[in-house]
Design a protein around this ligand. Structure first.
Ligand code: SAH
Length: 211
């Protein structure tokens, strides 16, 4: 299965290097490598590994990128992104950065400690706020990942996307089966949206989320 999903060496390496068991509650340790979502508390879940790697491939992540992630959850997906834009195998001056935003303070704190324990606090910043409304940044991001289903692409996130940048975001009503996973690109000043597949995600909350 993974062979079909993982297309590049950098994503394969991230899948191997990041230990999923460090990001899930102890009672599910035996299931860390099952290809299924698992509860992480607060009614939220860590995504199934195949969904993490489908999104990482779509994002077309490169060494040195600045990436914004909305929906930190456990921090696992964050760590796989960090391992691609700022791999442990490269010197820190080549590293990119991941800014990850989580609306739930309990999960945000838990993810901060998970990421620190796994060795990523020098490449990842965890912020506890409503990420649907953007992130206070004076620069724009190369890549944006949203891991909760939005009613539509939040305008503040589009504004944070660099020329040439890409965003991966599930869009659609969480009450129904199947939201659209979109690849959004900003190119020559225009925005291009492409539906990739159907997915099932927890709802995005906050100003541009479902309330
Ligand atoms: N990628 C995560 C799973 C994310 S689940 C992992 O690997 O574990 C989606 C997360 O998005 C949940 O933790 C939820 O609390 C968070 N979320 C929902 N709305 C949000 C918002 N507006 N801003 C930031 N985080 C949000």
């Amino acid at each position: 299965m993974r062979l079909g999903i993982i297309k590049t060496e950098k994503v394969r390496r991230a899948a191997e290097v990041v230990k999923r068991e460090m990001f899930i509650p102890g009672k599910y340790e035996g299931m860390a490598y099952a290809d299924t979502p698992l509860p992480i508390g607060e009614g939220q879940t860590i995504s199934a590994p195949h969904m993490v790697f489908i999104m990482d491939e779509l994002l077309d992540l490169k060494l040195g990128h600045l990436v914004i992630e909305i929906g930190t959850g456990s921090g696992y997906h964050t760590a796989t992104i960090a391992e691609i834009v700022a791999p442990s195998s490269e010197l820190p001056h080549k590293w990119g950065t991941v800014i990850t935003v989580e609306i739930n303070s309990v999960l945000s704190t838990q993810a901060y400690f998970n990421l620190r324990e796994a060795g990523y606090s020098d490449r990842v910043h965890v912020i506890n706020m409503d990420g649907s409304d953007g992130v206070p940044l004076r620069t724009k991001a190369d890549r944006i990942l949203v891991t909760a289903a939005a009613p539509d692409v939040p305008p503040p996130l589009l504004n944070l996307l660099k020329e040439g940048g890409k965003m991966v975001i599930p869009v659609g009503n969480p009450g129904f089966f199947g939201q659209d996973l979109l690849l959004v690109e900003r190119s020559s000043g225009k925005i291009f949206r492409k539906k990739v597949t159907e997915v099932v995600f927890v709802p995005l909350r906050g100003r541009y989320g479902w309330n």
